[in-house]
Design a binder for this molecule. Structure first.
Ligand SMILES: CC(C)(COP(=O)(O)OP(=O)(O)OC[C@H]1O[C@@H](n2cnc3c(N)ncnc32)[C@H](O)[C@@H]1OP(=O)(O)O)[C@@H](O)C(=O)NCCC(=O)NCCS
Length: 412
């Protein structure tokens, strides 16, 4: 089969159901109308693509206009989503065509300088210049092993259960207070809060409904919130329930500690799991026995610098830096060449230059290091960054690093 019959174009708003069906089919998942309704609320038709073969939608891709917290700033990002190619049309270059079209249009239209995505399968996107920028930690453990260090301050507040309606303004206030410095977090409008708390039966897998709790100070001020589900279980030795945690966020250390204690001390619960959190989640420093918190890493947010100069100028850097980067970029040739990055804690400038280069790398490595997650020295040890001027690697890696690990709490 050739692709000569296939037309790639933007869908209309009315074509969303056909687009969604095609995507769900490619993912091998059952169709639920409520999922479709929810997705449609965030759908941006004029930023999406469908490939049509006769009557059939055979490939899909979309962009969401969101904000991303990066080191020292909040910037606009293009959130790539809804990516699929029908099983009848796979491995003929449709994904490649859509990815290239998206990046080219973002560049030509002066759109977001950074594109991001979550990958269904991790090997797919590096070829398009996306770097593994903000991995997630999966935390698990036995709740009864999680005694805190004796010095831990649990404060004088209280934990209170709330409904979805009543928790949302409080959760939102805490989220917004933390967001400016939480590298990897996204803006969260009503649509995205609804999605965060979307809780249909078909997603529960035997767990309870999504539950909510806040941490409240004596004066009534809310300083943290948690959301979680429980899965009851009994084994030969007795209760063996699972505490499955979605959110634990707080603006003070005692509120954070108190919320964790609330979650871990549930009766009949013996195990906990948090599937998506920061690799430097503070829980591991609260417990007396660090082995009580098992950590697994997985890729999560992938970052692509659409325009190297604009993207590198949009974030801040840990230390003063003046470096010339020789960037290779076959997919986005406008990025290829030498760039002088003059940067520091107060801002950055990145301009094209003919000066000799200090470091050579591709835009994929710049994407991986953009949020301060992947270190450029580790990438160099993997042969992915070449140091051309002695000392430049250490200086650049230090400036790109950041004081907090990036992580993205939500899949889009
Ligand atoms: C993943 C998917 C979008 C790929 O689409 P496609 O049109 O077959 O991709 P292309 O033909 O453009 O392939 C481009 C390259 O990526 C590679 N590739 C594609 N899918 C891959 C996968 N799942 N794992 C590893 N490599 C993959 C191809 O082998 C090809 O490599 P090459 O350039 O070295 O030849 C499609 O198979 C699909 O829809 N899968 C199910 C849903 C899904 O996973 N969507 C992605 C959501 S993030």
């Amino acid at each position: 089969m050739t692709l000569s019959n296939v037309l790639l174009r933007a869908p209309t708003a009315e074509e969303f159901p056909a687009m969604w069906r095609s995507l769900i089919d490619a993912f091998g998942e059952p169709l639920h109308e409520s999922d479709q309704d929810l997705e449609q609320r965030a759908f941006e038709p004029d930023r999406s693509l469908i490939a049509v073969d006769g009557e059939d939608v055979v490939a899909t891709a979309g962009i969401l206009s969101r904000e991303l917290t990066v080191p020292g700033a909040i910037m606009a990002m293009a959130g790539v989503t809804l990516v699929s190619v029908a099983p009848t049309h796979r491995r003929r270059g449709l994904l490649t065509t859509m990815m290239t079209r998206q990046l080219t249009e973002l560049h030509e239209q002066g759109g977001e300088s950074v594109a991001t995505l979550w990958a269904s399968e991790a090997p797919i996107y590096q070829r398009f210049g996306y770097g593994n920028a903000a991995p997630r930690a999966v935390l698990t453990g036995a709740t009864r092993e999680t005694a805190f260090r004796p010095e831990v301050d649990l404060g004088t507040g209280r934990v209170r259960r709330l409904s979805e309606d009543t928790v949302r303004p409080h959760a939102r206030a805490v989220y917004e207070e933390l967001r400016p410095s939480a590298v990897g977090w996204l803006d969260r409008s009503d649509i995205w809060w609804t999605r965060r708390h979307y809780d249909p039966d078909h997603q529960r897998e035997g767990h309870t409904e999504l539950r909510f709790a806040v941490h409240e100070e004596r004066d009534g001020q809310v300083t943290g919130w948690a959301s979680y589900r429980i899965k009851g279980d009994f084994g030969p030795t007795g209760p063996n329930g699972l505490m499955a945690i979605l959110d634990v966020s707080a603006t003070t250390p005692p509120a954070y500690a108190a919320l964790w204690r609330f979650l871990l001390d549930h009766d009949l619960v013996r195990r906990f799991r948090r599937r998506m959190c920061s690799t430097d989640e503070a829980l591991q420093h609260l417990v007396q026995n660090p082995r009580a918190v098992q950590t697994e890493l997985s890729d999560a947010l992938w970052v692509r610098l659409v325009d190297v100069d604009r993207a590198l100028a949009a974030r801040r850097y840990s230390t003063e830096l003046d470096v010339v980067l020789d960037v290779e970029d076959d997919r986005c040739p406008w990025n290829a060449g030498r760039w002088r990055l003059s940067a520091g804690p107060d801002g950055a400038e990145c301009v094209s230059t003919t000066a000799p280069a200090d470091l050579r790398l591709t835009s994929t490595e710049l994407g991986a290091g953009y949020l301060g997650g992947a270190s450029l020295t580790a990438l160099a040890r993997a042969g992915r960054v070449s140091e051309l001027t002695t000392g430049s690697l250490q200086r650049t890696a230090t400036a790109f690093g950041w004081h907090t690990a990036p992580w993205c709490p939500e899949v889009f």
